[in-house]
Design a protein around this ligand. Structure first.
Ligand SMILES: *Cc1c(COP(=O)(O)O)cnc(C)c1O
Length: 336
């Protein structure tokens, strides 16, 4: 195992299922579609941050004198914040979440779960949440607490190590199932997921292509983030590999009206996967990435005989933060 030297706590439900999407594959007439169910990792409704937190929380606990508080930051509907709150509760730590903007009138989706999980919330207003998080950590230290700060999206080299281990998990499943994937497609945002997968792919000689569908950054900006993070992650693991922006495939065609703005692409993708396979996508990340995948298939990006894995990164709770009320123009009973 590439991550064997790193401390790790076992808090995610692993391995996650690897499943074929038979009805959707037939409906589209190929390529053959599979899905990796990281929406089933546990930690209060699942998602990719659980794998990152196995390494981040272990590092927090390994700090000199230990740590008694986890702090992180993100958007109001941050899945990462919710999974960090769940990890803290599970390990008996305090949790502070610094969220962008001001409190909404309705507490739904991830925000409701943050509250149920006992996290303390700080609204950053116009201050960048990352800056505010540092101020909160300093304040807590002043009060005699021992806080451990986790960066946005958990995307430090330690967090990305979760996805180095995840690719190893996938390759073990591939060997057992006698399948190989020509492409892996996933939603990419703060970069830890894609960077970890690409580091492991190079270290293990995996030859499939890994396509990140960007949900908020332009391709050149995200590829710079990815290359720096992948190089640092490889360094942490003692692999001695350097990465450049051109080592990453990022598709930024599906940014629509920006981060977290749900459009027809996401809506159609959520409905399609729910109604053909009974699997839920989220409005912000996986809805966009899967919508992008369906569009790429329609445009003939892949050969019919190829095999594609969609890496479901979770976000289910976010779905309930985006339910549209009955009086909306979408009409009654229409979610997202
Ligand atoms: C955070 C998140 C992502 C993006 O992962 P990064 O490692 O930040 O690129 C994708 N999907 C969901 C559901 C997420 O919560």
């Amino acid at each position: 195992m590439l991550t064997r030297a790193l401390p790790r706590v076992s808090i995610a439900h692993l391995p996650t299922p690897l499943e074929i999407l038979p009805r959707l594959t037939v409906r589209l007439g190929g390529p053959e579609l599979w899905i990796k169910r990281d929406d089933q990792t546990g930690l209060a409704t699942g998602g990719n941050k659980a794998r990152k937190l196995e390494f981040l929380v272990a590092d927090a606990l390994a700090q000199e004198g230990g740590c008694d508080t986890l702090i992180t930051c993100g958007a109001a509907q941050s899945n990462h914040a919710r999974q960090t709150a769940a990890a803290a509760a599970k390990l008996g730590l305090d949790c502070w979440l610094v969220l962008r903007g001001s409190p909404p009138s309705q507490w739904s989706g991830n925000l409701l779960l943050d509250h149920l999980l006992g996290a303390h919330l700080v609204w950053a207003g116009d201050t960048p949440p990352g800056d505010r998080m540092i101020a909160v950590a300093t304040q807590l230290e002043g009060e005699g607490r021992r806080p451990y700060t986790i960066p946005y999206g958990g995307s430090s080299p330690l967090g990305a190590a979760g996805y180095v281990a995840a690719l190893e998990e996938l390759l073990t499943q591939c060997a057992a199932y006698h399948v190989q994937f020509d492409y892996i497609v996933l939603a990419s945002s703060s970069g830890g997921t894609q960077a970890g997968l690409v580091v492991a792919a190079r270290a293990l000689g995996y030859s499939g292509r890994i396509i990140g569908v960007s949900v908020d950054l332009r391709s050149d900006a995200l590829r710079r983030v990815l290359s720096a993070l992948a190089t640092a992650t490889a360094g942490l693991l003692g692999l001695g590999m350097e990465f450049a922006p051109q080592d990453f495939i990022v598709n930024d065609d599906y940014l629509g009206s920006g981060y977290g703005v749900v459009g027809e692409l996401e809506r159609a993708a959520i409905h399609t996967l729910a109604r053909t396979e009974g699997i839920l996508l989220d409005p912000v990340y996986t809805g966009r990435a899967f919508g992008g995948l369906l569009d790429m298939i329609r445009r003939g990006t892949f050969n019919r005989g190829e095999r594609i894995l969609f890496w479901h990164t979770g976000g289910t709770a976010g779905l309930f933060g985006y339910a549209i009320p009955e009086e909306s123009e979408c009409g009654p009973r229409r979610v997202c």
